[in-house]
Ligand binder design. Sequence first.
Ligand code: I3S
Length: 128
Amino acid sequence: SSPDSDGCTPELEKAGLLNKTKIAEGGRKLRKNWGSSWVVLVGNSLVFYKDPKSQSPSSWKPGSSRPESSVDLRGAQLHWANELSSKKNVFKLRTVTGNEFLLQSETDSLIKEWYNTIKNVIERLDRE
Ligand code: I3S
């Protein structure tokens, strides 16, 4: 049987490294501060962790690392947003609470996969 036969553990959909900056908090604009982030899409949430490569080996404890932040995808909006950055492959995620994030990758195929996967989750939640 699957490890989640009781259906209580949300399914991990995707995980990987992306460049991230938060550009608004509660509708209030923030100064950009790009950084590399380990991004995990699980259940209805996008969860951000520190880039494991930026951590010293001694501080890296598998399973005990806490998320830096997490985003509820219910009611969120997703748009390509190359006009908002000089970087390529940028999309913007806006939560119902007015938090806005830009996510970016130098790898075209990778950013398209992330965009499509997040879009699918948002659309699934819209139908519920
Ligand atoms: O959209 P902006 O404000 O031109 O974004 C750039 C700046 O935030 C810049 O920081 P400082 O203004 O604090 O020096 C960042 O270093 C850049 O990365 C930002 O632009 P990009 O085009 O990389 O999103």
